[in-house]
Design a protein around this ligand. Structure first.
Ligand code: NDP
Length: 454
């Protein structure tokens, strides 16, 4: 017998949780279906545990700098096993917290994997083999994405980012494949935790899509710290036993790199497997579910938000898409999400954060003669006593005719925190003169944004 709801949400990650709770707050009867742990990528195997590992691994630099500040800390060895255990405990706590939030919101959590039987019916296969049939007026697909492994022999011997959070210890040497967000973040985490890291990047620079000068500043700092980055290198095969220290990555040029583990950080894809979208008539484009500005798929009663739609694949965007859907459909408050000017950060060490156009994007959109670039590149005061460590980069891309700041980029400590605030000004259409009129807060790194000469 089927159970009836106003809304079935498939996936209890950032977008699904936000949509389910908001719809329930508008009075809807909501079921949320999740086959894995409540919290999704961000909470369980992404942003949150990753950031905790970033904090943990950053102590390497702090401890190295400590003697110059009068703390004669002798060289100490990191204990990644303890860090990983503590991170898992925090993830467990947050997982329980989110389950509690659902209960308090009055959302029914249905554990198991959901598949469409038709546009309004979802069958949930539970872990014990039993099935539940749910029916609803509307269904929201918020199943997120999964790491994508390259099609090379031995790819299944490598880790994807999900796997790293489950490790009990770290090997001596790791090969990281990829030059994007996850590759750079984990290369820095692993390096900070004492692992020798070799990063294989198929292109000629890191972090494609970011401001080129900013990505070069990250690269320079990572290389200075001791991470070996090899550009124009891709793996052609991974061989080895499932024992630490016994893997070999063969590159396309035939080089062999021995290591204790391989991280394949080669992108993520929407997780459509098992949804039986055909039964509901939901169209798929490439690997993603396309939606209109109201998060609606080609089937009027079925919506999708977050990474499964492969638009701007970031937690706050999925959350906003989920809430906009719920407000529009169940709250009589129709609204759409603004996908422009989304601030973004890479939690490499040092951090890179940006909002708006890169210099390259601004040139492509407005022409090289129509923009000005202002920059400051310096060693921050925090590095003055150690007299080493990464240099910061702060950069403004300005439209000459209007003086409007089109892009704001930073590489350095707390870049994400600083750019988050700059994003308010950029979103309001701030000009370089507005930045200049702002009194500097001294001594700080961010004051450079308001003191750059014209
Ligand atoms: P990215 O798309 O950022 O990077 C993928 C990298 O893998 C690129 O360098 C790409 O090269 C390379 N690559 C792809 N296929 C192959 C292959 N077959 N062989 C060798 N290299 C390959 O993906 P990520 O997995 O790093 O991250 C996925 C998404 O998750 C991000 O785009 C972001 O939306 C989100 N994310 C956000 C974070 C944040 O906000 N801080 C942190 C982590 C993830 P090329 O550039 O040449 O295509």
């Amino acid at each position: 017998m089927s159970e009836h709801f106003d809304l079935i949400v498939l996936g209890a990650g950032s977008g699904g949780l936000a949509a389910a709770k908001r719809a329930a707050s508008h009075g809807a009867r909501v079921a949320i279906v999740e086959g894995d742990r409540v919290g999704g990528t961000c909470v369980i195997r992404g942003c949150v545990p990753k950031k905790l590992l970033v904090y943990g691994s950053a102590y390497a630099q702090l401890l190295a700098d400590a003697p110059s500040y009068g703390w004669p800390v002798p060289p100490v060895q990191p204990d990644p096993a303890t860090l990983l255990r503590h991170v898992r405990a925090e993830v467990d706590r947050l997982n329980q917290l989110h389950i509690g939030f659902l209960e308090r919101a009055g959302v029914e959590l249905v554990r198991g994997w959901g598949r469409f039987a038709d546009a309004g019916t979802v069958i949930v296969s539970q872990a014990d083999g039993a099935e539940r049939e749910l029916r609803a007026e509307r269904v929201l697909i918020a199943v997120g994405g999964r790491p994508h492994r390259p099609a090379i022999p031995g790819a299944d011997l490598g880790w994807v980012s999900d796997d790293l959070f489950l490790l009990e210890s770290l090997p001596e040497a790791v090969v990281v494949v990829g030059g994007g967000f996850i590759a750079c973040e984990f290369a820095c985490i692993l390096h900070g935790l004492g692992v020798k890291v070799t990063q294989l990047v198929r292109g000629d620079h890191l972090l494609r899509g970011f401001d080129r000068e900013a990505s070069l500043a990250v690269q320079e700092a990572m290389e200075e710290a001791g991470i070996e980055i090899r550009f124009a290198h891709s793996p052609s095969a991974i061989t080895g036993q499932c024992a630490p220290g016994e893997y070999t990555v063969t590159t396309q040029s035939g080089e062999q790199i021995p290591c204790g583990g391989v991280l394949l950080a080669t992108g993520r894809r929407p997780f459509l497997q098992g949804l039986n979208l055909e039964a509901a008539g939901v169209a798929v484009e490439g690997h993603r579910i396309p939606v209109d500005a109201d998060q609606r798929t080609n089937v009027p009663s079925i919506y999708a938000v977050g990474d499964v739609t492969d638009r701007v694949n970031l937690t706050p965007v999925a959350v906003d898409e989920g809430r906009a859907f719920a407000d529009s459909v169940f709250g009589q408050r129709p609204r759409q999400v603004n996908h422009e000017l989304v601030a973004v950060a890479v939690f490499s060490q040092p951090e890179l954060a940006a909002v708006g156009l890169s210099e390259e994007q601004a040139v492509a959109r407005h022409g090289a003669g129509a923009i000005r670039v202002h920059r400051a590149r310096f060693r921050p005061m925090s590095q003055a006593l150690p007299a080493r460590g990464p240099r910061a980069l702060l950069k403004l891309v300005v439209e000459t005719a209007s003086d409007r700041v089109l892009g704001c980029h930073m590489v350095g400590d707390h870049a994400a925190e600083i750019i988050q605030m700059a994003a308010i000004a950029i979103g309001m259409g701030a000009t370089k003169a507005d930045f200049d009129r702002t009194m500097a807060l001294h001594p700080s790194v961010a004051e450079e944004f308001v003191t750059m000469p014209n």
